[in-house]
Design a protein around this ligand. Structure first.
Ligand code: ANZ
Ligand code: ZN
Length: 818
């Protein structure tokens, strides 16, 4: 049966068959081991691109491999469907965001099916479905009840081009993560989730995660735990006691001035006392216009206001001058600092700018001369100029200072975190309405659960209003509502939720996707959670992954989820670029997956994507564009020919026997491929499959039918997770049992796959002195090293270096000493 490799009709045939058989539905048998395999779900905008193809091909091959390995596998997919692009498209083209979004989703689903991604589509949902987002609202109410959702006036980052506020995590390098504009600072009433209540647990539980170091480090830095002390300084003029937070209590003898955040109430009073109220208010106004990033940045000019007061250092009784300055933030620590210019760079810059004294109190190994210093010394060392603490190292010194402060009641040890609460309200339309009513009599009133879902109103002006109002403020009919508390007329909250709320628990919903009485049944969630393998881009290292960990812990505390962490193992795949830059329409450097699929088919593209390197590595697409997939196509076609050209032998039922070289090769490769797959090293696994195919094609004409059939079956099974269409078709053609994707993974025969050793003769000056068992594929370098490591050779050399070494691996090494 020789027929050409017609991938298009093969794809069509099996897509229909798999759909009919619901081949990827994920029933859970409690007695069987499970694997939950998940890829970060996409935002359905534009077209499927190579980044999606990579992310989802990696995850799909993992899911398919684990299924063959005997696990119950859950491998779901849905769409992260709320968000700004839909709204912007609506404003630009006059389409409703809903229509735009659902049309995109339809295209995405079609292309994912064509790529053979083995999703259990029956569990799919879109976060913009009211059936999904009602549970965001439910979650919001539960957090509100627990004091974990709250509203407060805050200085927030407002993106003038997206016309909405941004969470701290969404300001990257001082600019909006989405559009790159510089945010401005505004005072607004906003909703927050209390992530800070979980800061320590978010840190501690990282110990259980099999995640890359890069992501863990980013999370650790974002949470930013620091151990230090709160120290109380008294103001001489007024007697106010002002606490400061410091990470360096060991530098307390080096304090030479004291600085308030401009917004600090005591600073206001001191300015008033000095009769400078109006100057001071002008000073504060100017600073309010700066962003936090600007305020904290190094090496810029500091604005300062001398408050004509003195603060008392509780440790040595010294009185130091008091200022207000932009570099101290009201929201961090206590909003005031003790300044130690010799050991803190910002204090150092301030001292140089305003000519303030500097005292070294921690000595470095190279002697620090206060006159010569060009920057602060921020390291640890030995305490000096510090009275009774002189001679202590910084770490024990910190403890000793804290002890004394605590004894005297002028301070205490304290832990601080850089993490802030998660700002979740957005002034945009296309998101989950916040289920809150504002009533003049009752204040902030949560909607009763029976009124969920609170559905987005239809008719509304998407153009965001000037100022800070959400577009929902224009939906007058929807807006006005009877207060659930007193029945009087009240107004709905017009902000919607950050779309990161949607993705903070979607992995739980997949376990019980269509439950409409509860967000999910805890038993079903426990049957699958945690996600065993999560795949996605590194760009989510702090936003999505912190939020999802936080919400999982909250639900755990509510008794709804047993797991304390959502994602056990995380893989961050590399980025596919073209000419060194991310593929994008505006750069015109897109390699279109559709074009590749039309020319070479799904299997060739999947092989290509997994063969280009380890999944974590970045890859720059070669100059020839779609043509680059030709090599992968040739491999797939060779497999096709191997099977179709030997169909007579391959349907011969005689069993394989003996330990021929062909069988050894096949089993040896199988053992390596299995361990490569276990480590997700798809590229090396595919290289072995290519060798296996080469050996089988070469031996096909002469090999006994049983041996050839065994080899081909093993090759097809190894290739099945990577190239699902061709393997299914060829499996059927050789009369294989059932679907190849339901077959158990083949076992390598330990005897056949054992690497045989050969004897290598070791000579010294051409006389045989030793024999060593080595791997037949030993390299020249390894052979020489093994020979020189021999005790007999070492004795004969007696410390001399050989003059020359002649190596003929794996048979002979001759060490010449003359
Ligand atoms: C004195 C000192 C001496 C400090 C020294 C450092 C080195 P992290 O580690 O990020 O938590 N600080 C405290 N509150 C601040 C605020 N509201 N605005 C700006 N800076 C503030 O930073 C803690 C350190 O940042 C604190 O320790 C304080 O400076 C400063 F040799 O106190 B340190
Ligand atoms: Zn009311």
């Amino acid at each position: 049966m020789r027929r050409p490799y017609d991938f298009a009709s093969i794809e069509k045939k099996w897509l229909e068959s798999w759909d009919d058989r619901r081949a990827w539905s994920a029933p859970r048998t409690p007695t069987r081991p499970k694997r939950y395999v998940l890829e970060m779900f996409p935002y359905p905008s534009g077209e499927t691109h190579m980044g999606h193809v990579e992310n989802y091909t990696i995850g799909d091959s993992i899911a398919r491999f684990l299924k063959m390995r005997g696990y119950d596998v859950l491998h779901p997919m849905g769409f992260d469907a709320f968000g700004l692009p839909a709204e912007n498209a609506a404003i630009r083209h006059g389409i409703h965001p809903r229509d735009w979004t659902y049309a995109n989703i339809e295209r995405f689903v079609a292309s994912y099916k064509r790529l053979a991604f083995s999703y259990d589509w029956e569990r799919s949902f879109n976060t913009c479905d009211p059936e999904y987002y009602r549970w965001n609202q439910w979650l919001f109410l539960r957090l509100y009840e627990r004091g974990l959702a709250y509203r407060k006036g805050a200085k927030v980052n407002w993106c003038p081009s997206c016309r909405t506020v941004l969470a701290n995590e969404q300001v990257h390098g001082g600019v909006c993560w989405r559009c790159g504009s510089t945010p401005v600072v505004r005072d607004l009433e906003q909703w927050f989730f209390r992530t800070t209540a979980y800061a320590q647990r978010l840190l501690d539980d990282m110990a259980d995660l099999q995640w890359g170091d890069a992501v863990l480090t980013q999370q650790r830095n974002w949470i930013g735990r620091s151990e230090g002390a709160v120290v109380n300084f008294a103001i001489v003029e007024t007697g106010d006691v002002v606490p400061v937070y410091t990470t360096r209590p060991d530098t307390l003898y080096g304090v030479s001035f004291f600085v308030f955040a401009p917004e600090h109430p005591v600073a206001h009073q001191l300015a008033m006392r000095a009769g400078k109220t109006s100057n001071y208010e002008q000073f504060v106004d100017e600073i309010r216009r700066q962003s936090e990033v600007e305020r904290m940045s190094m090496a810029s000019q500091r604005r300062a206001f001398a408050l004509e007061a003195r603060a008392i250092n509780p440790l040595n009784g010294e009185e130091v001058p008091v200022f207000a300055s932009d570099y101290v933030l009201m929201e961090y620590g206590t909003g005031a600092v003790m300044a130690v210019p010799a050991h803190d760079q910002r204090d150092f810059e301030f001292a140089r700018q305003y000519d303030l004294p500097l005292r070294v109190v921690v000595q470095d190994r190279d002697y620090l001369d206060p006159q010569e210093m060009t920057e602060a010394f921020e390291g640890s060392g030995v305490m000096v100029n510090s009275g009774p603490f002189d001679g202590l190292d910084s770490e024990p010194g910190k403890r000793a200072v804290i002890e004394l402060l605590e004894r005297e009641g002028s301070g205490q040890g304290e832990v601080q975190y850089r993490l802030r609460d998660w700002l979740v309200s957005r002034q945009r339309y296309w998101g989950t309405p916040i289920p809150i009513v504002h009533c003049e009599t009752c204040g902030t009133v949560p909607l009763p659960e029976s009124e969920l879902p609170l559905v987005l109103p239809d008719v509304v002006d998407f153009q965001p209003a000037e100022g800070a109002d959400s577009p929902l403020a224009t939906a007058t009919e929807w807006l006005e509502v009877a207060c659930p508390g007193c029945g009087r007329q009240a107004r709905r909250e017009t902000d919607t939720m950050d779309t990161f709320v949607d993705s903070s628990w979607y992995f739980l919903k997949f376990c019980d996707a269509h439950n409409d009485r509860a967000p999910f049944d805890p038993a079903l969630v426990d049957a699958w959670m945690p996600v065993d393998q999560y795949t996605g881009g590194i760009e989510h290292a702090v936003m999505h992954l912190i939020y999802a960990r936080f919400i999982t812990k909250v639900l755990h505390d509510m008794g709804m989820v047993s797991a304390t962490e959502p994602f056990r193992r995380l893989m961050n795949h590399g980025q596919i670029t073209k000419d060194g830059r991310a593929m994008s329409k505006s750069l015109g450097n897109i390699v279109d997956p559709g074009e590749v699929l039309d020319r070479y088919g799904t299997d060739a593209l999947r092989v290509f994507i997994l063969f280009i390197g380890p999944p974590e590595m970045d890859y720059d697409w070669p100059a020839e564009g779609a043509e680059a997939v030709w090599g992968a196509y040739k491999f797939v076609e060779r497999v096709w020919r191997l099977v179709t050209e030997n169909s007579a032998a391959l349907t011969d039922p005689s069993p394989p026997a003996g330990d021929s070289e062909l069988r050894r090769t096949v089993h040896r490769h199988l053992a390596t491929i299995t361990s490569d797959f276990d480590r997700y090293a798809f590229n090396t696994a595919i290289a072995r499959m290519m060798e296996m195919q080469g050996a089988l094609s070469k031996a096909a004409a002469g090999a006994p039918a049983g041996e050839l059939r065994e080899g081909v079956e093993i090759l097809l099974q190894c290739l099945a997770p990577v190239a699902p269409f061709i393997t299914e078709e060829l499996w059927e053609s050789i009369g294989g049992q059932g679907s190849i994707h339901d077959r158990p993974w083949p076992e390598a025969d330990p005897e056949l796959s054992r690497v045989q050793q050969v004897t290598m003769v070791v000579q010294v000056d051409s006389k045989v002195r030793d024999r060593i068992e080595v791997d037949p594929s030993i390299s020249e370098q390894e052979a020489v090293a093994a020979a020189l490591a021999s005790d007999r050779v070492q004795n004969l050399l007696a410390g001399r270096a050989p003059v020359q070494v002649v190596a003929r691996p794996p048979r002979l090494v001759n060490v010449l000493t003359r």
